[in-house]
Design a protein around this ligand. Structure first.
Ligand code: NI
Length: 403
């Protein structure tokens, strides 16, 4: 795969040379955060590292926004335009299986999604932009967000006014991405990541003897019909040009081979790109469950949650990121326009408020055995990507403000 991001100092732009010099610090911050991973809304050590560094450099910032969030302001030459950059800080409840010197020191918690890298990149970007604040015209707001993995830190940060005062005109964010090799960037206008919805359903039948079914209402048979029928929503109600997923991930019922189960429990997730589907899957799932239960004389209880809307990139901002990416990867071959995933992200909530672009930065390097998928206990990435991330943001800032 194409990987042209160059580390050699031959013929490099001044921006890259300077960011390259930051690389040892980027690695140090990333590893420090990696060693001390923290779950949603508990990112105290991470936030204190960020705040400490920003303070040391003299960068104005607010702390404890939505518990542990931070927003830093870097004022360039005075102008009214404000560009925000967002990074997430939280880790996952996973026991790390990597054997590296910077392994997680917190039992059962691990940065298995690369948010340690996101935080280090945002810090490096803040440092670089602050050093060069005379070279751009406008204001950059850097947002360090808690709890992306769930229950979601974007919403409370927006409610706390993080996009106001100064009012943000546009927003950027990136995700390190082990589905892409180092040296590539995934960016596209429109939907990049899917909406995330969850449901939980309990079927109430009537238990009894396994050999005397006519006296019972079999919740296992009902649940089996529901699981199968739910698959018809994507197959028969969704336009085949659109993409969607309905997954039943859990199904629990029964206690013994010769007992008809009184109740059955299932849970699942729904994903889609098209925002017009908001509300649709909830309605169809409930219709199917209600119809099947009614036909068997059973009852049900359904809980349904719309967690995050789809991540929708603004066309102009996506074009801006794409043109910058060409400089960073040095060839259009390194840009992956068809990159989409049914994974979700609460970056989507920021993108509902202001136009912006979220993009993937390829971080896998199979030659160094750094290609495990996100959320795997052996997830890790090629740290060269850190300087690439800073370069992307710095060049996007320049381009956005027209410098
Ligand atoms: Ni993530």
């Amino acid at each position: 795969m194409v990987s042209t991001f160059s580390n050699s100092s031959v013929n490099l732009s001044p921006i890259r040379l300077e960011i390259q010099a930051l690389q040892p610090q980027l690695v140090e911050w990333r590893r420090q955060i990696h060693q001390h991973p923290e779950l949603a809304f508990q990112e105290k050590l991470t936030a204190s590292l960020v705040s400490h560094k920003l303070g040391e450099w003299g960068i104005e910032h607010g702390t404890e926004i939505a518990e542990t969030g931070i927003a830093a302001i870097i004022q360039g030459k005075p102008a009214s335009k404000v560009l925000a950059i967002r990074a997430d800080m939280d880790a996952l409840p996973i026991q790390e299986q990597n054997q590296v010197p910077y392994c997680s020191q917190h039992d059962g918690i691990m940065h298995a999604c690369g948010h340690d890298g996101h935080t280090a990149i945002a810090l490096g970007t803040a440092y670089y932009l602050h050093q060069h604040r005379e070279s751009f015209t406008g204001t950059v707001k850097i947002i360090f967000q808690p709890a992306e993995e769930s229950p979601g830190g974007a919403k409370p940060m927006i409610e706390a006014g993080v996009l106001k005062n100064p009012d943000v005109d546009a927003i950027l964010g990136l995700h390190l991405w082990n589905n892409l090799p180092l040296g590539t960037i995934g960016v596209r206008p429109g939907a990049l990541m899917a909406a995330v919805e969850l449901f939980r359903c309990q079927i109430f039948g009537k238990g009894g003897h396994g050999a005397i079914p006519h006296q019972t209402i079999d919740s296992v048979v009902i649940a089996a019909q529901i699981v199968t029928a739910l698959q018809t929503i994507v197959a028969r109600n969704v336009n085949p040009i659109d993409s969607a997923v309905v997954t039943v991930g859990e199904l629990h019922a029964g206690t013994a081979n010769n007992v008809i189960a009184n109740t059955a429990n299932m849970s699942g997730t729904v994903r889609y790109f098209n925002p017009d589907f908001a509300g649709f899957f909830h309605q169809r799932i409930e219709q199917i469950i209600a119809g099947i239960c009614q036909s068997h004389g059973a009852n049900y209880h359904l809980d349904y949650w719309s967690l995050y809307p789809p991540v929708i990139n603004d066309r102009n901002m996506a074009e801006l990121v794409e043109s910058v990416a060409e400089k960073v990867v040095e060839t259009p071959m390194g840009i992956v326009p068809e990159c989409q995933t049914m994974g979700g992200e609460d970056m989507s909530l920021f993108l509902q408020e202001v136009p912006g672009c979220y993009f993937f930065l390829g971080s896998a390097n199979p030659e160094k055995n750094l290609a495990y998928p996100h959320h795997h206990p052996r997830f890790d990435f090629d740290e060269t990507v850190l300087q690439m991330g800073v370069e992307m943001f710095v060049r996007c800032v320049e381009k956005f403000f027209g410098n």
